[in-house]
Design a protein around this ligand. Structure first.
Ligand code: 6PG
Length: 241
């Protein structure tokens, strides 16, 4: 039985970001008895969410149990606009003084294969193990217009089943090196949450929702239909549902 993925559809990206920010606040307030590990997605979609969280916690981030990780990072310096950490840090962590010890960035400036190994080890060390793998409370994912998610691109689908927790990926157009979580640890999350907005995501989302058969399913489809997957989308991204 395929449980159709659960979609929550908002009128605008701003309304989505506002509601999801308050959903995170609610979760962080009720689940304070243990560490809460959340993996952040990159790209532009989560930037509105970071701004909303920065406003909610403008007096300071009150939680020492919430730990921030990344599903993928570009192999660049941490202070550049290309850095997923750099964007989250300038929009959210710095303004709200999230404790440094709660931020576990992928060190993009390190040698990629060494960093993939060291981030895997850090995951194993700090995140509770379930089914033999680190289990995140939430893994946020975006999706590219080519159907990639995290930095698992269509030309590197072996990372969907790769044993290692992290791998060195290559952007298909720019050739940029990236570190990405692989399929096993993503699938093992308590909750996978896709955030997607914009018309350019609608076709692929519609194909997923309507279970369109395809010889070469895009990477995001390996996680998009799971029982532990939720979708938060705007009207435009939902326009082919
Ligand atoms: C990254 C991401 C990537 C992103 C999608 C969507 O590092 O770029 O993690 O998977 O989520 O490319 O990006 P947009 O939000 O910019 O559409």
């Amino acid at each position: 039985m395929i449980i159709a993925p659960q979609f929550t559809i908002y009128d605008t990206p701003d309304e989505l970001a506002e509601n999801f920010a308050f959903e995170l606040k609610r979760l962080w307030e009720i689940e304070q008895q243990a560490p809460f590990h959340i993996s952040l997605s990159g790209g532009s979609t989560p930037q509105l969410l970071f701004k909303k969280l920065a406003y909610i916690y403008r007096e300071g981030f009150p939680f020492s149990h919430v730990h921030f990780w990344w599903g993928d990072e570009r192999c660049v310096a941490p202070d550049g606009a290309e850095s997923n950490y750099g964007v989250a840090n300038s929009l959210f962590f710095e303004p709200t003084k999230v404790p440094k010890e709660n931020i576990h960035r992928i060190i993009g400036e390190n040698e990629p294969s060494k960093e993939a190994k060291s981030y895997s080890d850090l995951n194993m060390k700090l995140i509770p193990i379930k089914n033999g793998l680190p289990q995140y409370d939430i893994i946020l994912l975006g999706m590219g217009t080519d159907g990639h998610t995290a930095s698992i691109f269509p030309h590197q689908k072996e990372y969907l089943t790769e044993k290692a927790l992290c791998a060195v990926a290559t952007h298909p157009e720019s050739g940029q090196k990236r570190i990405t979580l692989t399929g096993s640890i993503i699938r093992n999350a308590r909750q996978i949450v896709f955030l997607a907005t914009g018309k350019n995501k609608a076709r692929l989302i519609g194909e997923l929702y309507n279970n369109k058969k395809t010889k070469h399913p895009e990477p995001f489809r390996y996680f998009g239909n799971q029982k532990n997957t939720l979708w938060f989308v705007d009207q435009e991204a939902a326009s082919a549902l």
